[in-house]
Design a protein around this ligand. Structure first.
Ligand SMILES: Cc1cc2nc3c(=O)[nH]c(=O)nc-3n(C[C@H](O)[C@H](O)[C@H](O)COP(=O)(O)OP(=O)(O)OC[C@H]3O[C@@H](n4cnc5c(N)ncnc54)[C@H](O)[C@@H]3O)c2cc1C
Length: 506
């Protein structure tokens, strides 16, 4: 396994023909890279920025079936997500945790109403359930949520779901992909598609460090670029109809004193029909999210004042002390790649199902969905892509594949728990060089495991941006930039429509 960027770049020149080239290093692309590499296909993933720099590091950090999709009647989506939630806990127990959520009830009918819905959620989860939901008395609700607004409180319903570290998960997925034989390269943007006889036969990519262009041939090219999906589709066909509507979701980060304890709050219906969460996240509290249609997609979406106001207002309704703008420690915004909203304003009502699309030139596009369902999305995508490219048929093994860092008792590593099986090596490094364990900032529990030296998880290189991934990782260490360490001729019918296994959003 190569361990430096120049070797990886050399691989781009050395390999004549890749089986699979994946564009995009978010949850979806990384999942596809793991899926393809673990089946033994020679796989390359190219990411234009940091891994998971876009949507995949700005989620609510829930591994969930999606209680609110039950309300939409999308049972199949919930069922699939609950299955994947169980697999994620099984394969990445160092990053996925059980979290109790309470739906507070201020009307007599809410207890039975939400109680029944959440019982259905339990039933759908079956043996992979995270805990049984139950009705709570007013007293018990207050015990679990001491800072919950008690005026008019009748009781609550507690249910259980998964919480995870999204940006860390992305890094561990990239490591897993490489361990399975994939080549993963960030800061390398795909700028065009190669075609042979009108069929996609590779990509043109540019290394951001050297500005060198690479012409990379592939049996199949998979577009996993989230909200940038249509940009890549237009590289294939200028006239391609837009598939994606972007919807912005904002979270604010507050001090934990607003909601001490381990229980999260779930508000099933805000003024405009959204779901709102207030969730303990390490020594902070995350409150989110919003659902605002946006016209422009960018790597660094900007939260709107009204979105922050909305979150503060609603948090204030449920918490004893009302948070003010001065209490907001930070804000992060992400763009949901929603398929098929028809340009309407109400993106909250658009399905979160994923869509798999194959163009007439053979470009495979996978988009939509959720973090939680990335594995299933990847499995379906590689099944389709392998058939399309006439790759040898090989079964998926990812249901049983542990992610890098897998550790069943990671909690014993304290603040280093998210590093899982890498934690002992980090501890050794901190012991060997105590300066690395120094806080980077007096008010933050950020350690100075500096990126200038070699890093236990194989990154090196200077810090260059402060992406959300970096911010996520900065929690414990200064951002190590992902610099890997290592690393036609087809014929098919001219018109491919939506692939049979891809579910379309309604
Ligand atoms: C506010 C919010 C909260 C959410 N909360 C949850 C949650 O709690 N649980 C859950 O399961 N899901 C959640 N989701 C959904 C989940 O985050 C997304 O479904 C998922 O992250 C999408 O991943 P992706 O890889 O498709 O897209 P992205 O993460 O956006 O990745 C696409 C990547 O492609 C790269 N790219 C684009 N163009 C090119 C190019 N030309 N060359 C190379 N690279 C390129 C981009 O830089 C980007 O890194 C949430 C989403 C939002 C917005």
């Amino acid at each position: 396994m190569a361990t430096d960027r120049s070797t990886v770049l050399q691989t781009l020149t050395d390999v004549d023909l890749w089986d699979v080239v994946v564009i995009g290093g978010g949850a979806t692309g990384l999942g596809v890279a793991i899926e393809a590499a673990s089946r033994g296909y020679q796989t390359l993933l190219l990411e234009q920025a940091d891994l998971a720099q876009a949507t995949s590091s700005r989620s609510t950090k829930l591994v969930h079936g999606g209680v609110r999709y039950l309300k939409q009647g999308n049972i199949s989506l919930v069922l699939e997500a609950l299955k994947e939630r169980g697999l994620l806990l099984q394969n990445a127990p160092h990053l996925v945790h059980n979290r109790a959520f309470v739906v507070p009830n201020y009307d007599w009918w809410e207890g039975p109403f939400y109680g029944v819905g959440l019982k259905l959620y339990d039933i759908l989860a079956g043996r992979q359930g995270f805990g049984r939901s139950k009705l709570l008395s007013r007293k018990k609700t207050r015990e679990m949520l001491p800072t919950l607004e008690s005026d008019g409180l009748v009781g609550g319903v507690v249910y259980y779901d998964g919480q995870f570290d999204d940006s860390r998960m992305a890094i561990n997925m990239a490591q897993t992909a490489v361990e399975q034989g994939a080549t993963v390269l960030n800061y390398c943007r795909v700028e065009g598609l190669l075609k042979t006889n009108d069929v996609v036969s590779g990509v043109l990519a540019r290394d951001a460090e050297t500005n060198q262009e690479y012409s990379i041939s592939a049996r199949t090219v998979i577009n996993a670029t989230g909200v940038f999906t249509d940009t890549v589709r237009r590289m294939d066909a200028l006239e391609a109809r837009p598939m994606i509507t972007a919807s912005q979701g904002v979270h604010i980060v507050l001090d934990r004193s607003f909601l001490p304890g381990d229980t999260a709050i779930m508000v099933p219906k805000t003024d405009d029909g959204r779901v709102l969460f207030a969730i303990p996240w390490r020594d902070r509290l995350i409150v989110g999210t919003t659902d605002t249609p946006v016209d422009e997609v960018t790597l660094e979406p900007i939260p709107k004042d009204e979105e922050i106001d909305f979150l503060l207002t609603h948090a204030g309704r449920y918490l004893v002390s009302d948070p003010t703008p001065a209490d907001v420690k930070s804000v992060f915004a992400g763009l949901r790649p929603l398929v098929g909203s028809g340009g309407g304003d109400d993106t909250a009502a658009v399905s979160r199902d994923h869509t798999l699309h194959i163009s007439s030139a053979g470009l495979v596009t996978i988009t939509g969905g959720k973090w939680t369902t990335y594995r299933k999305m990847a499995e379906e995508t590689v099944d389709q892509a392998a058939t399309l490219a006439d790759l040898e048929e090989r079964p998926s093994v990812t249901k049983q594949l542990s992610l890098h860092g897998y550790h069943q008792q990671a909690d014993t590593f304290g603040p280093l728990a998210p590093y899982g099986s890498d934690a002992p090596r980090i501890q050794a490094l901190m012991k060997e060089r105590p300066a690395l364990a120094e806080p980077l900032h007096p008010e933050r529990r950020v350690r100075a495991l500096r990126s200038s030296g070699r890093h236990v998880t194989r990154w090196r290189g200077p810090s260059r941006t402060c992406s959300p991934v970096a911010r996520g990782r900065c929690y414990w260490m200064r951002k190590p930039v992902w610099r890997w360490p290592r690393a036609s001729q087809r014929c098919w019918p001219t018109s491919w429509a939506i692939a049979p296994t891809g579910r379309r959003s309604r």
